[in-house]
Design a protein around this ligand. Structure first.
Ligand SMILES: [Zn+2]
Length: 205
């Protein structure tokens, strides 16, 4: 805890005064343009990898960057997304998975979840990712299979997103765009799903 308290002390003495006018405005309200849905993994720091500022990103995090389908019991994730799209009127919704994701590792090795009933229950939202894999990917080595499943999971979550009628409506009205991203921790690079090429391609070429 000591390092957190020291960190906050430093924030109050340097970072906050340097942005006092920005926080003054933000204290009045928020108008984020983006909803960023990503994994709870400690290595994913959206404001660092995108160089965004307080007020830029509305963020929803959970293990595996999952979006429950319409009809599932209302929960924190569904409520957060609905609020972002219907109340804050974000223009872009990004689902961002990442390399070395523990949820995908658990999907590849469900026996590792013995005694973790909540995690096992959550994993049901990720399991359809297997259905997106090509035969060659199913039989590939562990790293290739992990990446393929992570990519597939992003597509599954985008499908789940579109099962919500208000999301389809917002897209049809041209006020919302949805994006699937994959962040590689080792290289720091992001890949984005290309709907036309039907594959993940570098965000920055
Ligand atoms: Zn993860």
């Amino acid at each position: 805890m000591k390092s957190l308290i020291e960190g906050h002390k430093q924030f109050l003495s340097t970072a906050f005064p340097a942005r006092r006018s920005q926080f003054h405005l933000l204290a009045e309200g928020q108008q984020p343009e983006y909803l960023f849905i990503t994994c709870a993994d400690s290595r994913i720091v959206p404001d660092l990898i995108l160089q965004t500022q307080p007020g830029d990103l509305f963020i929803c995090r959970n293990i595996g960057n999952v979006i429950p389908r319409a009809g599932e019991p209302a929960g924190g994730v569904s409520g957060t997304i609905e609020y972002a799209v219907q109340v804050l009127r974000v223009r872009h919704l990004i689902v961002c998975g990442h390399s070395d994701c523990g949820v995908i590792r658990a999907l590849m090795n469900p026996d590792s979840l013995s005694g973790l009933e909540s995690v096992r229950g959550w994993l049901k939202h990720v399991e359809p990712a297997w259905g997106h894999l090509e035969e060659v990917e199913r039989n590939a080595g562990e790293l290739t299979r992990h990446t393929a499943l992570t990519h597939a999971n992003i597509l599954v979550q985008l499908e789940n997103l579109r099962s919500h009628a208000y999301i389809e409506k917002a897209i049809a009205e041209g006020r919302l765009q949805i994006h699937g991203w994959f962040y590689d921790i080792l290289s720091g690079r992001i890949e984005a799903y290309d709907e036309i090429e039907r594959k993940f391609v570098p965000l920055i070429v």
